[in-house]
Design a protein around this ligand. Structure first.
Ligand code: FO1
Length: 327
């Protein structure tokens, strides 16, 4: 049972956590967006890689979803004493990740190898794969000018009106080979409830990635990031409206329509099921809000079993009765 997930951001990491509980980390390959990566004080920061890694290691900040639970910000306070207060806050423990990653990159190690090392050291058994080892950066073209992703997302709290998105470097980048092989041999492929433009599209923009999905034997299931026209968290719905797209689950299904076989729709949008089904896409209607770890595992189990129903031959899906008690 090889499950491959495309993810970025906090919402996607929650589903990965649920999948780790329900199908088992050893069966999980997570392909992560790195176009949010960011340099600060000379440190290479990979927020989406760290959010998935910390979440699976059980040390993620449960309130923000990013950074480390219980982390302190003494470094931040000392910077403030120097009259410097960066709008991007790095926790003291979180700093260790950036220091080590940056040092290993400088020594010539690839981001994928570094990620494997850090995840192993945190006891994470799932395979966490950066979408590429090359430099790809999301640039946001807005009514207030061009901004790098973190400036738009954090400093400007995604308020500027977006005209277009550029995935700088995507055309020249090479998709992670291990990710391409994982897609080829997957039993199930899941597009997590991440931001379609900021987390998933940068991965799909890599040469060969979309073809890999189109040629995949596995059923491909997308989980909606939009419920009742709004995002669970973040700018997805606002971006859709600014890019002239209706902010609905139907529009998300349409965005992925050329390569998905199934779509997980939130029960609050059950009325949209016939419209999505009319696109030739299987639809699972369920509660997609992951309010706690049990909800994450339940949703993950439903998604995998939904994929099994869409796949001609049966494969052992996951069973709620097998879930570990702490899930
Ligand atoms: N998001 C914020 O809104 N404010 C921050 O100060 C901030 C710091 C930060 C540090 C490390 C890290 O891995 C993530 C951090 N994030 C912060 C979240 C980050 O902007 C987002 O996780 C992604 O880039 C979007 O998914």
């Amino acid at each position: 049972m090889n499950v491959v997930v495309f993810t970025g951001g906090v919402g996607g990491a929650k589903l990965c956590d649920g999948l780790a509980c329900s199908v088992g980390e050893e069966h999980l390959t997570i392909i992560v967006n790195t176009a949010d990566d960011f340099e600060l004080y000379g440190l290479h920061i990979s927020p989406d890689l760290d959010t998935v890694m910390y979440t699976l290691a059980g040390i993620a900040n449960p309130v923000t979803g990013w950074g480390i639970e219980g982390d302190t910000f003494n470094n931040f306070d000392m910077l403030a004493r120097y009259g410097v207060s960066p709008w991007f806050r790095l926790g003291d423990r979180d700093l260790a990740t950036h220091l080590l990653r940056t040092q290993l990159l400088r020594e010539g190690m690839q981001l994928s190898a570094i990620t494997r090392l850090l995840a192993q050291r945190l006891g994470v058994k799932a395979r966490i794969l950066p979408m590429t080892d090359d430099r790809v950066r999301t640039v946001v073209d807005t009514d207030e000018g061009l901004f790098h992703f973190q400036e738009y997302f954090v400093r400007l709290r995604w308020q500027p009106e977006v005209r277009s998105l550029i995935y700088e470097g995507a055309e020249e980048a090479h998709p992670n080979d291990e990710a391409l092989r994982a897609i080829e041999t997957a039993d199930t492929i899941i597009i997590a409830p991440s931001n379609l433009y900021l987390s998933i599209d940068p991965i799909l923009a890599l040469p060969g990635m979309k073809d890999a999905l189109l040629n995949a034997a596995a059923p491909i299931i997308a989980v909606t990031p939009i419920i009742s026209g709004e995002a669970v968290k973040g700018p997805a719905a606002k971006l859709m409206r600014e890019l002239g797209v209706e902010s609905s689950a139907v529009a998300v299904a349409q965005h992925y329509a050329d390569f998905i076989n199934g779509f997980v729709l939130d029960q609050r949008d059950a009325a949209l099921e016939p419209h999505i089904a009319s696109m030739g896409i299987g639809v699972l209607v369920t509660d997609t809000l992951m309010t706690d770890r049990k909800a994450r595992a339940r949703l993950a189990c439903e998604v995998v079993n939904f994929a099994d129903r869409l796949r001609p031959e049966k494969l052992g899906g996951c069973r709620m009765d097998l879930l570990p008690p702490q899930a």
